[in-house]
Ligand binder design. Sequence first.
Ligand code: NAG
Ligand code: NAG
Ligand code: NAG
Length: 971
Amino acid sequence: MRKVFRNFLFLILSRVIIVTSLNPTLDDDVLGLIVFKADLQDPNGKLVSWNEDDDSPCKWKGVRCNPRSNRVSDLVLDGFGLSGKMGRGLMKLKFLRKLSLARNNLTGSIGVNLAQLSNLRVIDLSENSLSGPVPSNFFEQCGSLRSISLANNMFSGQIADTLVSCSALGSLNFSSNQFSGMLPSGVWSLRGLRSLDVSDNLLEGEIPRSIDGLYNLREIKLRKNQFTGQVPGEIGACALLRSVDFSENSFSGNLPSSLQKLSLCSDLNFHSNLFTGEITEWIGEMGSLQNVDLANNMFSGAVPNAIGKIQSLKVLNISNNRFSGSLPTSMINCQNIKILDVSQNSLTAFLPTWVFQLGLQTVKFSENKLTGSISGAFTSSNFISHQNLQVVDISQNELSGEIPSDIGKFSSLRILNMSKNSLTGEIPKTVGNLKVLDSLDLSVNQLNGSIPFEIGGATSLKRLVISQNSLSGSIPSSIETCPSLTSLILSRNSLSGQIPVAMSKLANLEYVDLSFNKLTGTLPKPLANLVHLVTFNVSHNQLQGELPASAFFNTISPSSVAGNPTLCGAAVNKSCSGVLPKPIVLNPNSTGSDPDLAPQILGHKKTILSISTLIAIGAAAVIVIGIIFVTVLNIRVRSTMSRSAAAVPLSGSSLSSSPGTDTKSGKLVMFSGELEFSTGAHALLNKDCELGRGGFGAVYRTILGDGQSVAIKKLTVSSLVKSQEEFEREVKKLGKIHHPNLVTLEGYYWTPSLQLLIYEYVPGGNLYKHLHEDEDANGISLTWNERFNIILGIAKSLAHLHQLNIIHYNLKSSNILIDGLGEPKVADFGLARLLPMLDRYVLSSKIQSALGYMAPEFACKTVKITDKCDVYGFGILVLEIVTGRKPVEYMEDDVVILCDMVRGALEDGGVDECIDERLQGKFPAEEVVPVMKLALICASQVPSNRPEMAEVINILGLIKCPSESLEESEQ
Ligand SMILES: *[C@@H]1O[C@H](CO)[C@@H](O)[C@H](O)[C@H]1NC(C)=O
Ligand SMILES: *[C@@H]1O[C@H](CO)[C@@H](O)[C@H](O)[C@H]1NC(C)=O
Ligand SMILES: *[C@@H]1O[C@H](CO)[C@@H](O)[C@H](O)[C@H]1NC(C)=O
């Protein structure tokens, strides 16, 4: 019989044990443990010593044997990092007394009825990931069991009534699971039970009135369940109880006075229930109490005088109840008390000075009705030691008087909250002696004087809150020596002077509120370095000048800066006139000789401009702030560009070496009818015929079967392209766009990994080459008329696109092709539509990559990207065309930003020097200067200040006066 079973086990085990020879001395323990091991994963190799060839398991790790019988008595594998299921092998260990598998990663349900091992005393399965209900027959024959812990698993369901069979049970720990329903009533008659812990489950129901059967009980923990009803009236019969925890349930009623019989009890925890009634003198009989937590209930009446009898008391928390009256002076006898929390009650009378004579660590009196002066309470002579006090919260009372300067002697103080009282006088200089002070809150009092310079001595300060007082003077620069400061709340005082530059050294600042003071001067520029800022409220002061330039300040909410009449910058939507170049004023009343844009527009022709254009022109100069930012951004974009270039497989060479499957299975569509590549896609993309590269890919010239030249763009963003259907739908849309100033999309070619766009081929090169490279053989460069024509053509193409709700996104001079007649043709439009979504990062890094053309709103998440980003790019392009210079040029030790330079030149009246020298003497100033001004307006930092492209066309029409063209008359 036994042999049959053994063979059966070996069958089960065949994946672990290669049966060579049957070890005749192999006993049941070896077998059982090997089977058990076979079900587990042992990533840390803790069970390597478990070898099925051994005669005895007694030397295996985690195994102990009874020395007389040599049978396994203890299996203790705590924290071995085992995972997997607990298999049947254990049931072979007939002499097992202790099974401890705590702190592993065991999963699954308990399939084996361990408790039925007739010698088993201890089961500890705590801190695993076991789940499911515990089967009801689990406990059926558990008469030998003394201790069971299933704590910290994911067991669920009801706890089986059969638990009663475990009549010898002394310790039961089912805490931190999801057991539900009622506790089996038999639990209350387990006479041997010393420790009962079912906390943190979903148990409900009432506890029987009488639990006096549990006369051995030392510890009862019912915390965090849904129990209701009252605390058993006869709980006092469990006279050995040391720890009682009924917290976080829905118990109600009074606490039974039989509790007073628990003279050994040290921990009494009833917090967060619905208890009512008074705590009376019985509590004084509980002479061993150390920790008492009655918080968050509805206890009322006075705090009983008898509490003073409990000399052992260390922690008393009665916060958030309805206690009234004053604390009994008898408490001065509680010489061991360390933590006293009586906050959120209705305690009255004075702040008891004896409280501070007890050597407390934590004193919380907040939200009561204490009155009187605090001056006496913190007087040095009251204290046996200054070292103990760490936390003082007396906020939200009706306390008055001055903060005594002795406060500085409490060198261990970490938290001091005196807010919402009626304190007067000055902040004592001695707060600077509090070297470990973490949080100081003196807000909402009547403090006056200035913030002491010495505050800088409190070098650990993280929170400084002194709002809503009557403080005057300036913010001391000494706060720079509090480098941990995260919150600085000084609002609603009468602080004056400048915001100290030193504040910008507080690199951890997150919350700053200086609102409603009388601060003057400008915001220090280095505040831009504060990268952790969440709020920075300086509203309602008298600050002036520009906001610091940083991502945070560029997007600061207007309410944070409101009420400072002379503060300027994009966030307050007000131009910084003192700092910026003269705004271009459009004065409809001015006459004749004024070289400004206005008379040109309104004098020559009678067209009426839209109001938004007028506003745009008027506000044109609100710009400069963004420039530095944009430059920084562009530089960053350049670096991400080079990174992304490495990430995306691209270029003709990699293509020509790739296998030809794609091209064979691809789909070629020409909008004008069926056409064939004469040579196949690969040969098409000949590196020698490469025309150029852009954000979206390389462009090649090729000749189709019918002899037609086309430009083929190979998309390098193919990994980003949408599905074939979406791609085709979008491409077909783009293919329908026809405009004399747009490069026509003639077809496309699609495979999952290769997408080609087939464009009309435009001879004549791009604008970039014309402006910056073709320092022509004959020295002939573009004339002013040609340039103007190009500008107008670009404007028309953009207006057309915008009318179709298409944003170009990628305007730059290399995308403007010039055909044989000198007409501009804008290429590369609308390609962002081929991406799965209009992602700002992708747009700014991959596509809108051209240095200097990128509108500033790409940098701020909160501003919607609209077609106004094209208007910005257009403005930069116009400046480039007029000046012949690149949008950003790197000099030896300088970076020249084109629109910055032009704006400066306009202001200094030296604008002529900006104009392309190849045009010198051959341009009409009355056209060129307004065009430059228009360009600056288009390049406004604030998108809404930029005109619509349709308006731009109108203005260009007004500027151009054909009959008087200087060039034409010269030729
Ligand atoms: C349990 O498993 C998790 C992930 O599966 C692992 O991170 C953790 O370290 C394991 N715990 C132990 C005690 O091995
Ligand atoms: C129950 O087990 C948990 C987890 O092991 C432990 O933290 C808790 O102290 C135990 N309860 C008692 C009463 O020993
Ligand atoms: C233009 O003249 C009108 C009437 O003379 C006057 O009301 C208006 O303020 C003037 N506008 C400017 C900008 O000077």
